[in-house]
Design a protein around this ligand. Sequence first.
Ligand SMILES: [Zn+2]
Length: 445
Amino acid sequence: MVALPDENDHSCTSRIDQFRQDKRICKLLLPCPDGAPPYLTPFLLNACFPSETHQHLVFGLSMADCCIVPVYGTTEILPKNDDITPTSKRQMRKLERKRAIDEKKPTKEADHKKKPTGYEFKGRPLESHFVMPSNYNSMILPTFDMDPEPMTSNAKGITLMTSHGRQSLTPSEFLGVLGGLQTASSCVCMYDESTKNRELAVDRTADFVTECQQWLEHNDYAPATKVWTPVVGGPDLRYREKSIKYALNLGESFGASRFAGLALIGIHRCEEASYLLQYCTSMIPSTTPVAVLATTDLEQVLECMAKGVDVVGSDLPLNLAKSHIALCLDLNMDDKNEIPPPSKRARLEVKSNWTLEMSNLDYSGDTRLLSDSCECYTCQNKHTRAYIQHLVTVKELLGEILLFLHNLNQMLNLFQVFNNALQENRETQFFQLLKDQLQSTKTLH
Ligand SMILES: [Zn+2]
């Protein structure tokens, strides 16, 4: 379990101050498996989420699952049985039997010829090929940084695990895919995070990014796409430090129009995630944006916010919906000023409801909404806890969809309230409000 940001921890003050000064906006990176926002058609997306949420949301697409396509090479024509001249009676009988079988199964032979001869990465325009509205930010990732299989390199380039096994990409192929996607706002360059030889992995990552940078100098691949340079090194501080230095130097080579910032890879997988994040962010100049591609829980999301991370990856809205859990955060920053504080016990009871397990039979007669103050599609359309509990019990997909819409709205509200609090110098109050809710839950359960 990671530690929650402490209000007395001022080590990241300069980064947060810079964030405030530059009026930067902390954004949620939402993984979109198979190249589409979960459950959302463009119509539903625009209908459910008002335009002001666009600035807090980045759709993440993974090359490993949406840019891999089969290749159908020229089918090799095998010699037909007829071409073989039987030299004995035994061979003749064998050939006749084979012909009889072949005649019975003509379609099977045809299907066999259609099998792909291999797979390749291919970028197709985001707007026409994927369900990705153009008015939202999008980030192309090699993978979502959540897979247990790390990316490694071989003689051809960097390999990553796809739905069709391990496939490799060279820097020019990577940029070719990016060019094909056309309108992505930013991309994270490929990286090697092999655990066997971390030092070599750091060097190979830098080599790959350097080669990409050189290609970009001479070719105009995806001109609107900015590049996040990856920082690898696992839990080892020496390698992280080395990787950060490489990434910053490469950032300078890319130039301001191409450089998005530094992407810290695999932080959530390390045991000392909290310390590692603190260490890395303190080494990066406060003017350089930082992205953390994946987090495991709400505590890590808050921790990234407290450390001045610009883009925070989280699949909580989808994961919680699939687990039939509704997020119900109290984000009313003015509550404490207007209403006298309740007794400690009463406060714990209220705050313990930041998540609701909708599979719980207790909700079967509950006619309340998931959250009274929520403005999401689910709550605005008066879908009660009892209704959602019923949908979840009968395994109706609509239950997950309604929970996802609510959870995503809650997470976007969290980012919006944080960004507002930051501009009003009230981030300490924001973290205290959230800290109270998360810790009271731990106390009660
Ligand atoms: Zn709601």
